[in-house]
Design a protein. Structure first.
Length: 468
């Protein structure tokens, strides 16, 4: 699925569903939600989504049920499929992660108003829904200070949250007038942070990430008595939900390792509660992550955040990518000709290349030099006399001349294709050199004596990329 390695892709880790009772601007038509969810994600070129709800994964569960129902998918996307037969394939290529949003028992006083900190728990999408429900939500105790039916410790189920809401409303009928029992229950419920962390560590170690919502916790001064609260939460959380440039820089300073045990990368999303906001974060602050769209890719951001996550309108690579498509290799083909002489097969190669950097790794004799030699030949290199594989002592050696049995092609990122029909033919001297080919034999030659020859080569490589 990920044949070219890590790429900068757009992620939105904060998209709510109609099951976010506290703020549902979608309505109750879930089929309509599914249509908008995927069509807008495809239009926005979003590769991975955190499906978010308060205290539940019901929305995520319903989306998965729809994805596993081919008949349903074909029915609700029939118009899209008529326009694009590959549409369902595009839908299923989007990675989805369950994201549960919690208020916790850590209180911040802003002015004279107490507010509870918020965190998000994002699970590995290989974890079955039933495991998250049974081994986390059903074991996590609701904190609300309310006793229902003689019980003070209820688990995070919809039924229990609704019971709490009913009890609170009966005690305060005027204050909660016009709100449903379920909505009230969500408003007053919160989780105990210590219990939440223990359940995750005991049952889901390595299969979740915890992200802290920045908005409220920044109101705790590092010089205040509440500093230990802030330190505890930052130390436990893997990252921060924030698009603030100062917070982004702060989280990546080395001091965070000493203070919290690790760097704290920032992530972001649209926080969509209605269709207009879907995949449209404020000020176009999109979250770009350089990784495969897997949970392991997401975890890699926590390990190596400086080079893996960026928040902004465009990815860090986009300008270079768009300006240099004619200079970036996309694909290498090496194929046997139909009218070949030798029966032995050396190549049946179709390699898709990462547009940023490619390192070819393998044992001696595994074909590293062969690929580099042949790709450079197709691109008219002037250094082919130094090639260690494509030469008249090896691949082009007579009488077999295996090179004559093969053709090769290069596709650039702008989809321009260059093809050589016979690898045994020499390139014309007048052809424009399209790559810098520096094989080992050539490096050894120019480095034998560090004289003007070496300096001239350095200058040639440097100044070939500078406008003079």
């Amino acid at each position: 699925m990920y044949e070219v390695g890590s790429l900068w892709r757009k992620w939105d880790l904060h998209v709510h569903t109609p099951f976010s009772i506290l703020n549902n601007g979608y309505g109750d038509d879930f089929d309509k939600y599914i249509i908008n969810f995927f069509s807008k994600a495809i239009e926005s070129n979003v590769s991975a989504i955190g499906v978010t709800d308060y205290y539940t994964i019901e929305g995520y569960k319903r989306i998965l049920e729809t994805l596993n129902n081919e008949e349903k998918l074909n029915e609700i996307f029939k118009d899209k499929i008529i326009e694009d037969p590959e549409y369902l394939k595009k839908i299923k290529s989007i990675s989805l992660f369950p994201n549960i949003e919690f208020r916790i028992d850590k209180v911040i006083v802003i002015g004279d108003k107490p507010k509870k900190c918020q965190i998000h728990v994002i699970f590995d999408n290989i974890v079955p829904v039933i495991d998250i429900e049974q081994n986390f939500l059903n074991l996590l105790t609701i904190k609300d200070g309310v006793t229902v039916d003689g019980a003070a410790n209820l688990s995070f189920t919809k039924e229990n949250i609704e019971k709490i809401g009913s009890k609170v409303k009966s005690n305060n009928p005027d204050y909660f007038d016009g709100k449903s029992n379920l909505q009230i229950g969500y408003e007053v419920s919160y989780a105990e942070f210590g219990q939440l962390c223990k359940l995750l560590q005991d049952n889901f170690k390595g299969k979740y990430l915890m992200l802290l919502v920045e908005d409220d916790i920044t109101n705790i001064s590092f010089n205040s008595q509440a500093y230990k609260i802030r330190q505890e939460i930052y130390s436990i959380c893997h990252g921060i939900f924030s698009s603030n440039n100062n917070t982004i820089k702060w989280g990546l300073e080395d001091l965070r390792i000493k203070e919290f045990g690790g760097l704290k990368p920032c992530f972001w999303g649209s926080d969509a509660h209605d269709y207009d906001k879907m995949f449209k974060p404020d000020f176009d602050r999109f979250c770009w992550i350089k990784a495969d769209t897997t949970f392991e890719g997401l975890k890699q951001v926590v390990i190596n955040p400086s080079d893996r996550v960026y928040i902004g309108e465009k990815s860090p690579f986009s300008d270079n990518y768009n300006k240099n498509k004619s200079n970036i290799l996309k694909r290498v083909l090496i194929k046997k000709k139909e009218n070949c002489i030798n029966n032995q097969t050396w190549f049946d190669t179709d390699i898709v290349l990462n547009p940023m950097m490619v390192t070819v790794i393998g044992n001696k004799g595994s074909g590293k030099s062969a690929i580099a030699d042949i790709a450079s030949y197709v691109c008219n290199s002037k250094n082919l006399k130094y090639a260690s594989f494509l030469n008249n002592k090896r691949f082009s050696k007579l009488p077999e001349n295996y090179a004559g049995d093969y053709w090769a092609g290069i596709t650039w990122l702008d989809n321009v294709v260059i093809k050589k029909e016979n690898l045994s033919e020499e390139n014309e001297e007048s052809l424009v050199e399209l790559v810098q080919f520096l094989p080992q034999n050539y490096i050894e030659d120019v480095c034998v004596e560090l004289d003007d020859k070496f300096q001239r080569e350095i200058d040639k490589v440097i100044f070939s990329y500078i406008d003079i």
